[in-house]
Design a protein around this ligand. Structure first.
Ligand SMILES: Nc1ncnc2c1ncn2[C@@H]1O[C@H](COP(=O)(O)OP(=O)(O)OP(=O)(O)O)[C@@H](O)[C@H]1O
Length: 198
């Protein structure tokens, strides 16, 4: 079984403690929805889970569990088109780029938008392009920071289908959102970060 274990994790930024201690486990087939007020530490927690910030008390089983990280900045080069961005991502990650156009089709990004520089796209079109990475290669752990941001109802429904399929196939998801999650997602758990929580 794949697991993400969080034991006595202190969420801090610099010398400011946001959450003194957090314990939880996310197992295969579960989606953890992290909620909380602005500034409560959701992004910081996700960055710790991704290994972008030093943290003690996080264990992945297996240790080398591959993950997808989609931060709220999308990580798209603005002068490249979505197709070029994803082809570049495939090259860096050793992934077959044949899946790029089908992934953008699945995200229902219009054909013209797939070939336009990212700086000329809307926020939702950028988001769909970034999320298309989830389809390029299977990885068990998905860490998604505000993935619903910028998406319209159709985009939210597509992401809901991807999340659902991933969780049903035994994947793990940890995601933040201020919005309600798409309906009918299986195995959703919620935690709310709050100052001083134990
Ligand atoms: N570069 C920084 N240096 C120091 N503190 C920071 C820095 N960036 C953010 N913080 C602080 O860290 C705390 C947690 O920020 P974080 O981005 O994790 O919150 P969040 O819950 O994701 O917020 P939001 O809902 O607004 O996205 C905030 O109180 C913020 O003021």
């Amino acid at each position: 079984m794949t697991r993400l274990l969080i034991q006595a994790l202190c969420i801090r930024r610099g010398d400011r403690v946001l959450v003194p201690t957090l314990d939880l486990a996310v197992t295969s087939g579960e989606l953890l929805h992290v909620r909380g007020a602005n500034g409560s530490g959701k992004t910081t927690l996700l960055e710790m889970l991704a290994g972008l910030r030093p943290a003690e008390g996080i264990r992945r089983e297996p240790e080398d569990m591959p993950l997808h990280w989609i931060g709220h900045r999308n990580a798209l080069a603005s002068h490249l088109s979505p197709i070029e961005n994803l082809q570049f991502w495939c090259g860096v990650n050793g992934v077959d780029a044949a899946g790029v156009v089908p992934a953008l089709e699945r995200m229902r990004l219009p054909p013209a938008a797939r070939r336009r520089p990212v700086r000329m796209l809307s926020a939702g079109q950028k988001r769909r392009s970034a999320l298309a990475r989830l389809l390029l290669v299977q990885r068990p752990l998905w860490l998604l920071d505000e993935p619903l941001d910028g998406l319209d109802r159709d985009g939210i429904a597509i992401l809901g289908e991807l999340l659902s399929a991933h969780v049903r196939a035994g994947g793990l998801v940890v995601m933040t959102s201020h919005q309600a999650l798409p309906a009918n997602l299986p195995s959703v758990r919620e935690i709310e970060l709050a100052r001083g929580m134990m």
